[in-house]
Structures are given as C-alpha cells and as structure tokens.
Design a protein around this ligand. Structure first.
Ligand code: FES
Ligand SMILES: [Fe+2]
Length: 391
C-alpha cells in the first residue's frame, strides 16, 4: 500500500501552516519525516527533516535569507535542496556534489502538495473540482488524528451511518420529537439507503438513494466520487461540497484535509469552519490536532445526550471518535457486514485491486488522469425516469 500511495501527489500541509521566514513545519507523510517551509521569497520547500549532515531535525532550524539553516552546525538548504552553506566545511566543490532530498511542490486552493515517490515516475499534477471554485469560496482545513487512514476513509464512504451518527445535523426530527415538536419526516429518516456503484478510471462513484415521503416517482440521491488513493467528495445540501482527503502521516496517524467549496454560492471561511466543526475544546488550531482521547471518553458529553444524539460537538468529532475507537487494533475479520456496507466492501476491493495492479507493474489507477474535474458530488432529487449516472 505504501508503494501504491507513493505513486500519487499528496497534500502535506495547509498553505497557512508555513509563512515566509516563519516556523518550519515538522510533519509526516507515509511514515517519512518531512519539513515544510516557506522561504523569504514565498517559495515552499518540502525536504527530508533529517539534516543531510548528521541527521538532526531541520524543523528546529532557522528559516531566513532564502533558506533553512540547520541549528546544529549551520548547514543551509534552499527550497530545492541545494546546499547553500556549510560553515564547518568550507568547500564549494563539496556543496555542489551534495543535495538534500527535496520533493516537488505544488500549491493550490490553500493546500501544499508534494510527491515522495520515485523521481523518474513523477505523475502529472491532477486538477480537481474544488480547484475551479472561486478562491474566496474555497476553504481548506486540516485535522491530525491518531487513527489509521483507512478507518477514516471507510467511514467516509459509508453513507448508512450518516442519518444515524450525524442525527444532530441531518435528522433534526429526532431531537424535535423529543422536544414535543411536530416535524415532518424527511428522506434522512430513512436509515437503510439503497446503493448503486459504478467503477470509474479514478476509482468508483456511488449513489445512496433514500425514499422521499409522499413521492412515488422520485428518490433522494447523494452521489459521492471515491478517488484513489484517498479522496472523496461529499455533497452539501445546496451548491457547496466538501472534498475530503485522508493522508496517512504514519500507520496510525492521519492528516484529514477537508476543503469546503462552492462554485456559485459564496461561503466564508468562518461559516465553513463552524459547519465542519474545526473549533472548540477538542481541536487545536495551532497544531491542527484533534485531541480527543479515551480518558475523556473521546470528548463525548453524555450530559447533553437527551437532545444531542451523539454527545459530540460536530460531525468531524463524531467521525473521528468512531475511527479512533477502532484502534487497538480491530481485526476486520470479526465484522458482520450487511448490504448497507457495500460501499465499504467496494473500497477495500478497489484498494486490493489497485495494489495488485501496481505490483504487477501497471500504473497506479487514475494517476495519469490530469483533468479530474468531472468527479463531482451531488445531493438532489432524482426522478425514476432519470439516470443518476448521466445527471
Ligand atoms: S546536523 Fe545539520 S548541520 Fe550538522
Ligand atoms: Fe460521518
């Protein structure tokens, strides 16, 4: 899986995490320790964090005068890995011979992407739907959590948990009934959606259908594209959508990037933050960490559960709590899968097929599809006379 993952570009940081001549960012990607920094001229470098000289962390170094200087003996590196200075070894010839391992970088839509695979297999940089949204209606967030990326991704394609785990947001009738209010049932009150799945060159897309009370000729449909190696696009109720990318930092640490975007309805960063839940007691904005742990029941507040279904403050924490609770680890052979788990099964099958194809020397699926903008999500009514695949 690590080899397959290395065939793709991945987000490695938010643009906002690295400022010109600011603090270098220590982070991990696929188990590799990296440092990201923005130099005096605004260029971003992503280097191996272990200094070329004797391996201490470059993230502790000084970022100034167009380079990152190691604190230990002062070797200084440019964003492309060029060795600019070696104060304890005054040899221009040596500096020309050596170079730090620097990774290609692309910056777009608030994300810094990098590629750490074999340099001779550098794939094209793919363009996604969210990259076409106006910059002021495209807002990227990051949440590091101590969960395996697949546990989070499986939750992301599993539509049948949405009307249950996320009752507070998508099925307000539950709380309303408890408050003695009369609320009409909606499609979300149907808890066993019917799925249809279609393979695509980037992975697959699925649609979850729910009946609409009082409508015999139409169903409520949510389409989600699932894009190798770690993405999905979730539709909002209106024009906005959320691109979610589960980037493995290590086997048990994941950086989840969420990009809220809208092509036609302006959305602010503050609205997006609140909607996604990147705030409050269990999110540390400075380190982008979700801090929920068992000693605090993952942050669940049972005192609120008379009217809060989950006891969690927001969708993000509900999802992370479920994935974190799988740690220890959980053996998937013990599961009892049902028809509603078809998208989860499809995800596993797709990953296993992709690994096999890659091991046999084929290209990683979808890695060469430069224009990915046709992979979009939707949330809408679909008439029985319409085909969900061609809408
Ligand atoms: S370890 Fe970095 S300069 Fe010596
Ligand atoms: Fe969820």
């Amino acid at each position: 899986m690590g080899s397959l993952m290395r065939a793709y570009w991945h987000p490695v940081a938010l643009s906002s995490q690295v400022e010109s001549d600011g603090k270098p960012l220590l982070t991990w990607l696929l188990g590799e320790r990296l440092v990201a920094f923005r130099d005096t001229q605004g260029r971003v470098g992503v280097l191996d964090d272990h200094c070329l000289h004797r391996g201490v962390s470059l993230s502790l170094g000084r970022n100034e005068d167009c380079g990152l200087r190691c604190l230990y003996h002062g070797w200084k590196f440019a964003v492309d890995g060029t060795l600019m200075e070696t104060p304890n070894h005054d040899s221009p010839a040596y500096r020309e011979r050596k170079k730090a391992r620097a990774h290609p970088v692309r910056e777009h839509s608030g994300l810094i992407w990098t590629y750490i695979g074999a340099p001779e297999q550098l794939p094209p940089f793919r363009t996604f739907d969210f990259e076409r949204a106006p910059a002021d209606s495209c807002h990227a967030f990051r949440a590091n959590s101590s969960a395996n990326f697949l546990a989070l991704w499986e939750g992301g394609v599993d539509s049948s948990h949405v009307g249950m785990l996320h009752t507070n947001d998508v099925r307000p009738s539950w709380a309303a009934v408890r408050r003695g209010e009369d609320v009409p049932v909606s499609a979300w009150d149907s808890l066993a959606p019917a799925y249809e799945v279609e393979d695509t060159d980037y992975g697959y897309r699925y649609v979850a259908f729910r009946g609409i009370p009082g409508r015999a000729d139409a169903r409520h449909a949510r389409q989600v594209p699932v894009i190798l190696p770690n993405m999905r696009f979730i539709p909002g109720h209106t024009d906005f959508a959320i691109a979610i990318i589960e980037v493995p930092m290590t086997d048990d640490q994941t950086a989840t990037y969420q990009i809220a975007y809208s092509h036609n309805e302006p959305i602010t960063r503050e609205w997006s933050r609140q909607f996604l839940g990147f705030e409050g007691e269990w999110y540390d904005e400075e380190s982008c960490s979700v801090t929920m742990q068992w000693p605090h029941a993952m942050g669940q507040d049972r005192a609120t559960m008379a009217t809060s279904w989950s006891g969690f403050a927001a969708i993000e924490f509900e999802d992370v709590a479920m994935a974190l609770s799988l740690n220890d680890p959980w053996d998937r052979a013990n599961e009892n899968l049902v028809a509603a788990d078809i998208a989860v099964m499809r995800l596993r099958q797709m990953l296993l097929n992709a690994v096999k194809q890659h091991q046999e020397g084929g290209p990683a699926p979808g890695v060469l599809v430069e224009d990915m903008t046709r992979a979009v999500s939707y949330d809408r009514k679909v008439l029985d006379s319409e085909d969900w695949k061609t809408i």
